[in-house]
Structure formats: C-alpha cells, structure tokens
Write a protein that binds this ligand. Structure first.
Ligand code: DAH
Length: 350
C-alpha cells in the first residue's frame, strides 16, 4: 500500500518538475507507459492473494487516474505557454498586400449555348436533351437515313461493339454524330405542336485543323399545323441577328439532308469583311453557318406524328463554328486547351 502511495507522490512530483512537453512525456512513459512503474503493478494484480487484489487494484487505478490527469493538465499548461510566447514574439503585418487570385470565367462554348438558349426561349422554344450514347435507329434510320444510305458513311461514326434491341431488331450502339437524334426523342415524348432546341455534344471520327472528334451542335425543331418555310426564315433571321448583334444578311442555298424536304444550307454575310470578300469567307462575301429545312414526312412518322396534320422545320448548327465567327477566334484547338489567357479574354464573367 505504502508503496503505491509513494509511487504516486513520486510520479506527481516528477510531473511537477518536468520542464517542457518532451520531459513530461518521458515522465508519462516512466510511470504509465507499457512497462511503466504503475502499469507494471496493474499487470501483476493476478498474482496477488485474492484478499489483497481488490484494494491494490483500487488504489493503483486511483493513482493512475490522478497521474494521468496531472500529466494532461501540465501538458495544457505547456501548450498555453507556448502559444502565449508565439503571440508575444510574432508580428502580424497588416500592410502586406493580399494574395492575388483570379476568378475563372465561363467557357465561351458554354456561354454561347446559354446565350442561344436565352434567345430561343424568347421565341418560345424550350430546351430538350437526349443521350450521347445512342443507337443507329435514332441517329440514322428514324431520320430517314436507312442502313445502306451513303449519308451514313459521311458521318465517320464511332460505333460500339454492343447492340440493343429496338423495334424488334438489334440496333448497334454508337456515339451520336448529330443532335438530330433529339428530334425523334422529343416528338415521341411530347408530340406536336412542339418547339425545342437541343444543345449537346456530338462525335465524329475526324481530326484535323478544323475538325475535332467531339464538338457541339444545337438542333432546333418546330412543329405546328401550318408552319412554312417562311417561318423558318423568320426564326433564323431573328436568332442570327440577335446572336451577332447586328442585322445579318442571310443567303439560302438548296442542299440535301435526308431528314428535310426541301433542305437548305444557310450562309450569313461575312462578319469580317461585311460581304466585300476576305480570306475568312474565301472572297465569297458569305460564310456557311447552319443546315436547315422542312422536316421530312418520314421523320415525322418515325416520331409518331401525322404528317397530314402537322408540318415543321428543323435546323442544326455547330456551336464551335458560330462562337469562332462571333469572337474572331481562328484556332479550334483553343477551345480545348482552355488556357488562362484565352479564358480571361474570351470567357464570360460568372
Ligand atoms: N444534322 C446535320 C449535321 O450534323 C445538321 C442539320 C441540317 C440539322 C439540317 C437539321 C437540319 O435539323 O434540318 O450536319
């Protein structure tokens, strides 16, 4: 008994005498460590006579708790002293300039998509979306591009090895080559009348200075009981003028897209030379900006719409191309590098 009391006083004295955190920890190891003096007594409890065991256990545990508390209190005192010393010696220089940091900006492609969404919202179009992993039915067949159609070859498609069953047939999966797939999904989901635009990523196995394997398109589709080509002209005139912030002159050239009849390619008067002829427009005074047309009746049927009742127009444009024209960006790769200088200059404030 005496022994434990003495041990406890010795331990408390040692705690008291310790001069810093390190020597305090040595005290802890000496008395409470794995082979510490108090710990050793606790380990030998089993060997004691049963009548002694309880009292020894009790007083040893009390000693252990007391010493533990004393060590903790002393440790806190040391830490506080350290902190006070630091505060007393350290100086805070409030005149130092702040660490500069730059706020990021919205990528010009995202900004352009948002801007077009806003313009089309004012024209009564809502935003639709569809999967980028698609099957050949929605990317081609339903858009009046059957299996053997040469237009399938034009698209340099990324195919998967997977198939999925659709319309009772095995449809090969692919990365969509055009946002036109949203036309079918939107018709099937919402029916007519309909006014949607569908921005999104498309993929083609194509890569050079002016093509990247992944780029963005915006699809547009409007269906109603008596929509005509002049409505298409009106919508394109309004949206392109608002987007380029000037009264743009449009030129319609007859063209072929399997999902339209008639189909057209639309040019705007060159925004760089105002039609006089320059390198960008290859001296023609005009620049092609999108494809469009009246929706082919086979497409309406594939979307579950009765062509006798509803007609409409559709269009599709490349977002990168439109953004490059608007801001005079001449290298497609800059959109992917997203370097800080480029983003600070062409990006949109958040
Ligand atoms: N999907 C066409 C392409 O990727 C673009 C297009 C042309 C979409 C005419 C249309 C359209 O909706 O009517 O080249």
């Amino acid at each position: 008994m005496q022994n434990i009391e003495q041990l406890k006083s010795a331990a408390l004295q040692a705690v008291e005498n310790s001069t810093d955190i390190k020597s305090l920890d040595e005290v802890r190891v000496q008395f409470l460590g794995k082979n510490g003096e108090i710990t050793s007594i606790l380990k030998t409890l089993g060997k004691l006579a049963p009548e002694d065991r309880k009292t020894v256990a009790q007083s040893t545990n009390e000693a252990k708790n007391e010493v533990t508390d004393a060590i903790e209190a002393k440790k806190q005192a040391f830490e506080l002293a350290q902190l006070e010393e630091k505060l007393a010696t350290e100086k805070l220089d409030l005149t130092l300039p702040e660490t500069p940091y730059k706020l990021g900006k919205r990528h010009p492609i995202s900004a352009c998509i948002e801007e077009l969404e806003t313009i089309f919202a004012r024209l009564g179009f809502s935003v639709a979306a569809a999967n980028e992993i698609e099957n050949e039915h929605f990317n081609f067949t339903a858009l009046n591009i059957p299996a053997e159609h040469p237009a399938r070859q034009d698209h340099d498609t990324f195919y998967f090895n997977d198939f999925e069953e659709f319309n009772g047939e095995q449809q090969r999966k692919l990365l969509r080559t055009q946002t036109s797939n949203t036309q079918i999904h939107a018709m099937q989901a919402k029916g007519a009348p309909l006014r949607i635009i569908a921005p999104g990523r498309v993929y083609r196995c194509d890569s050079d200075l002016t093509h990247t394997p992944q780029f963005h398109q915006i699809e547009g589709l409007a269906l109603d009981k008596d929509l005509t080509f002049s409505h298409l002209k009106g919508v394109l005139q309004v949206f392109l003028s608002q987007f380029f912030e000037r009264d743009v002159k449009l030129r319609f050239r007859p063209s072929y897209f399997p999902f339209t009849e008639p189909g057209t390619e639309v040019d705007i008067e060159c925004v760089f030379c105002e039609g006089k002829g320059c390198r960008v427009c290859k001296q023609t005074g005009f620049i092609e900006v999108l494809g469009a047309g009246m929706v082919h009746e086979n497409v309406l049927k594939a979307g579950g719409i009765n062509p006798e009742e509803y007609q409409g127009f559709a269009f599709g444009l490349g977002v990168e191309r439109l953004t490059m024209l608007k801001y005079g960006i001449n290298d497609l790769r800059m959109f992917f590098d997203s370097q800080n200088e480029f983003m600070q200059h062409f990006g949109k404030n958040l």
